[in-house]
Design a protein. Structure first.
Ligand code: FAD
Length: 418
């Protein structure tokens, strides 16, 4: 694209940024669109992009109540992996991985996808068996997985606690080499810019306060910036899914909890991979700035507050020290939380709803960042064709009534934690 050539960048720098083109426009909402996507997080923006890119739909709006990147897309610990084993999940997450591998090129935006690998540590023979089974399923689907014995993990990760007094001795690990991290807010910005270039109106500071439904069909949305008519409406409001779905009278099997994350002061390169502890809900990676990024478990109460409680801080840091005692010398720089839509089986929704023209994307639990590309791709397909793609066909609301749950609840950051 011409405006991002080296010469253009130099010209912008010399003119004090005066000729810099906005990454995306700031349009006022129009009266009507073919498709309105509610929620300008990673999933909403990706959906709008693929609706325009893959399905040629032209009149699309993304309505975001705050700013882009203010939700969970900008709050997560950026881990991307496809080590799922339940039918319904495995191929979906691998589709996402393949889209990640091309994403910077696809969006012409560096999302800093770094395939540094992930170790899921095992702390008992039973966990090794479970990891072997997961790895076999992955390999049977053409997904990379290696089961590593204790000595090999010790050789690669010497800084873990290998002493005889380790609280939970490490028996081995399941390793996915293609897993890694990406820069989370760049994903939002990249999709936003690419969607904007395809004519999508990204309308910020526009909260959806109601859904217009006539004769069992959605006809538009009510917003803080006035009513907007829409042929179809897609909900992608992670953290607020049950609240917004309730506007259409839908009661979902979702509970909202907080998930916290932490970053330490920056240090020299130490951890060149992602490590998930198997004895507690804890995982760690190192950001490109040098801070160690630590993730913990859910705060055990319902909340939309986007800030967590101290018991989980203590739990996470205890886990960190049990795994890596040397971390005790580091200081925590910041911690924060995001609101998680926890479904009862740990798997998401990408589906039609009982209301015609209203589509649902949500219930991402701890794990929606890695899903962003495939989620947008499959949700766009579902909205455009009014039917699911085979890769998201299992992610229905009805699965709970039909006893077809995809119970991979332990597939938070640490699949064998629960
Ligand atoms: P969001 O960015 O939250 O987007 C939803 C948007 O909807 C928000 O911007 C919100 O403002 C908007 N909205 C809500 N209500 C309305 C309304 N009424 N009108 C208009 N707009 C509205 N996943 C991983 O895969 N790997 C990880 O390592 C990982 N770590 C995590 C760590 C933490 C601490 C947290 C909090 C989450 C983590 N996740 C991780 C989960 C992941 O971040 C989420 O599942 C995913 O980002 C959710 O999708 P989203 O990006 O679309 O959400």
């Amino acid at each position: 694209m011409r405006e991002y050539s080296a010469l253009a960048i130099l010209a912008n720098a010399l003119s004090g940024g005066g000729r810099w083109r906005r990454a995306w426009r700031d349009p006022a909402p129009k009266e009507a669109y073919d498709v309105v996507v509610v929620g300008g997080g990673g999933h909403g923006l990706a959906t709008a992009y693929y609706l325009a890119r893959e399905h040629g739909i032209r009149r699309i709006a993304v309505l975001e109540k705050g700013w882009l990147g203010g939700g969970n897309i900008g709050r997560n610990t950026t881990i991307v992996r496809s080590n799922y084993m339940m039918p319904g999940n495995t191929l979906f997450y691998e589709r996402s991985m393949k889209l990640w591998e091309e994403l910077s090129r696809e969006l012409n935006f560096n999302v800093m996808f770094s395939q540094r690998g992930q170790y899921n540590l095992c702390h008992s023979p039973a966990q090794m068996d479970a990891a072997r089974r997961r790895g076999n399923v992955m390999r049977a689907h053409g997904i990379d997985a290696e089961l590593l014995p204790r000595e090999e993990v010790r050789r690669r990760l010497p800084y873990l606690d290998w002493s005889d007094s380790a609280r939970f001795p490490i028996h081995g690990a399941l390793f996915q080499g293609r897993a890694g991290t990406a820069r989370h807010d760049a994903v939002a910005w990249g999709y936003a810019r690419a969607a904007d270039r395809r004519g999508v109106d990204i309308v910020r500071n526009c909260e959806v306060t109601g859904l217009e439904i006539e004769g069992g069909r959605v006809t538009g949305v009510r917003t803080t910036r006035g009513p907007i008519r829409a042929g179809k409406v897609g909900l992608a409001v992670a953290g607020r899914t049950s609240v917004v779905a309730a506007m259409a009278g839908l009661r979902l099997p979702i509970e909202t909890h907080l998930l916290q994350a932490f970053v330490t002061e920056p240090i020299k390169p130490l951890i060149d991979t992602v490590i998930a502890y198997g004895a507690a809900h804890f995982y760690v990676s190192q950001s490109d700035k040098g801070g160690l990024v630590l993730g913990g478990d859910l705060d055990g109460y319902n909340s939309y507050a986007q800030r967590g409680g101290l018991p989980m801080v203590e739990h996470t840091l205890r886990s960190a020290l049990a795994l890596m005692p040397s971390l005790s010398r580091l200081r925590i720089l910041r911690h924060w939380a995001g609101a998680m839509d926890m479904t009862m089986d740990g798997s998401p929704f990408i589906c039609r709803t009982p209301i015609r023209g209203l589509y649902l994307n949500g219930g991402w639990c701890y794990g929606g960042f890695k899903a962003t590309p495939a989620s947008g791709w499959c949700f766009a397909w579902t909205i455009a064709k009014d039917e699911p793609h085979p890769d998201n066909a299992a992610f229905t609301i009805e699965r709970f009534a039909e006893a077809r749950q995809i119970d991979e609840k332990g597939m938070g950051p640490t699949p064998n934690a629960h």
